[in-house]
Design a protein around this ligand. Structure first.
Ligand SMILES: C[N+](C)(C)CCCC[C@H](N)C(=O)O
Ligand SMILES: O=C(O)CCC(=O)C(=O)O
Length: 494
């Protein structure tokens, strides 16, 4: 792509970005720069027309005009924001980005360091004016497939709050994109410094027992949701959190669970209140010890959160709860036994729940350690050796390697450094992120009554996102919800 100089942000012309221009263009820029910069006539406009050949002055000069005006602080023409972008924070004049129309993309120089390019088709597809994007339902109304592959703006204009794009009369439309939104969604190149920061995760071992993440029931149930936000923020950071002061009843525990979202019903029922009576065909309904595991490895989508509240334990001992940070143990495995980490990330582990005559749940395609496609980040631990089905798909050469790997995995899981044993008691509930934290229990005798619930991973993430929107709106960026439906169409989550 040969980028005409007139398309480059003037700030780039001082230091043309070699990524944008070939060597010959750079040389021509340099010589032209020195001549032009000294005798630029001032055009008072902040809008740019099509790219012009390198030698033309107007567009180039108008870039200088914009920059010059910025430093002269001359008032910009009034902005014409589209209705659904109220309260998008304006950019100070001295930081007003410069935009140019390229053959296939719009180039934006956000400042002297950050620039990005957006394909014309991408911009048109992402118009979020009320005609193209439903302001309440946040759904696309515009038909993407009406966009001609060669669509190209007739004009782009840098406004104080964002980029305004005029589309050709063949497809007349004006679009607007807040600067912060464009930075957040930049892809050519990505500008990670403007993207939503990945939530902080604190990996832990047995010493978490000195300061286990805990919130008070009355705070979680409080009307302003701050306590709920703290509880779920604990889960996001640590993978679990206790709640103290919970009335030791199934009713109060169920109400606590539904503060997060609706309960995920399974073949174990909805809200469970269970004891060692084999009411369900699972060893959880016995007095047996349960090794460290995550639940629902036999589901395509294992539950997200799992809440436990011990209601009573009489005439017996044992039944301690085990918690292990699967992400912590995986980090040790990756560091100390990379080949074991690799095969546990590669080999799918079949699992089943077949203890009740009325159901046979099985899955066969998920490995112990799952990662995201793009950055390869660990996203889920699936491990329940008791529920594992027949390993019938291993190649002969993988069998011993796989058993060696789960041996090392188990060794680190069951290490005193990893295991956090805690005796639950009536009044203290615990919620765990079932995609990260493994749980278990020691054997027990006597009469033990445990209640709890599953919450779907999407219900948990949605509630957390809503709470973040409310409590971190200012910190996340400058697009504040004011339009119908209480959420900006420029929300960083959409
Ligand atoms: C939680 N609740 C008692 C209802 C059922 C527990 C089921 C445990 C099952 N083996 C699994 O790992 O998914
Ligand atoms: O009974 C307990 O403490 C935990 C049971 C368990 O691990 C489960 O239900 O998944």
């Amino acid at each position: 792509m040969t980028l005409q100089m007139a398309q480059l942000p003037l700030t780039k012309l001082y230091r043309p970005n070699l990524a944008l221009c070939g060597p010959s263009l750079t040389r021509r820029y340099t010589s032209l720069l020195s001549s032009k910069l000294n005798r630029t006539s001032i055009f008072r406009t902040s809008s740019y027309t099509h790219a012009r050949p390198l030698h033309s002055a107007p567009a180039w000069a108008s870039a200088a005009a914009v920059l010059k005006r910025k430093y002269e602080n001359a008032p910009l023409p009034p902005t014409s924001e589209s209705p659904n972008t109220q309260e998008v924070q304006p950019v100070p004049l001295e930081h007003l980005p410069i935009s140019r129309i390229d053959e296939r993309k719009v180039v934006i120089g956000f400042d002297t360091e950050d620039w990005a390019r957006f394909h014309h088709v991408w911009l048109r597809d992402h118009c979020r004016c009320p005609q193209c994007f439903h302001p309440v339902t946040k759904q696309r109304l515009f038909n993407t497939f009406d966009i001609p592959p060669d669509i190209k703006p007739t004009k782009v204009e840098s406004k104080s709050t964002g980029l305004e794009v005029l589309w050709p009369s063949s497809h007349p439309h004006t679009s607007f994109y807040p600067w912060s939104w464009l930075k957040q969604h930049s892809y050519d190149p990505p500008l990670p410094q403007y993207q939503l920061p990945a939530p902080e995760k604190i990996l832990w071992g047995s010493r978490i027992e000195q300061f286990p993440p805990t919130v008070a029931y009355e705070d979680v149930m409080g009307g302003d949701d701050r306590g709920l936000y703290k509880w779920l923020s604990n889960v996001e950071k640590f993978g679990f959190s206790f709640v103290t002061g919970v009335p030791p009843t199934p009713e109060a525990t169920e109400e606590l669970s539904t503060r997060i979202g609706f309960i995920r019903e399974t073949h174990y029922g909805k809200f469970w209140d269970f004891t060692s009576d084999l009411a369900k065909g699972d060893t959880a309904y016995t007095t047996l010890a349960l090794g460290a595991h995550t639940d629902n490895t036999y589901f395509t989508d294992p539950c997200g959160l799992q809440l436990f509240h011990l209601l009573s334990h009489t005439d017996g001992t044992g039944g301690q709860t085990l918690l292990i940070d699967g992400f912590y143990v995986a980090s040790l495995l990756k560091e100390l036994h990379p080949s074991a980490y690799d095969i546990l990330s590669r080999v799918p582990v079949p699992a089943h729940a077949a203890g009740d005559p009325g159901c046979v749940y099985t899955t066969k395609q998920y490995p112990v350690l799952s990662h995201t496609g793009r950055d390869g980040k660990l996203t889920q631990v699936r491990w329940n050796n008791d529920d594992r089905s027949t390993m019938s798909h291993l190649s002969a050469s993988e069998v011993e390697e796989w058993y060696d790997a789960i041996r090392v995995w188990n060794k680190h899981l069951t290490s005193p450094d990893s295991e956090y044993w805690v005796q639950l008691s009536p009044g203290t509930a615990v919620v765990v992120d079932n995609h990260r934290v493994l749980h278990g229990r020691s054997a027990f005798d006597g009469k033990r009554r445990m209640c709890g619930a599953y919450i779907g991973i999407d219900e948990y993430r949605s509630k957390l996102a809503v709470l973040k929107e409310r409590f971190e709106a200012q910190a996340n960026g400058d697009v504040v919800s004011t339009d119908a439906g209480g959420r900006s169409v420029w929300s960083p989550y959409l």
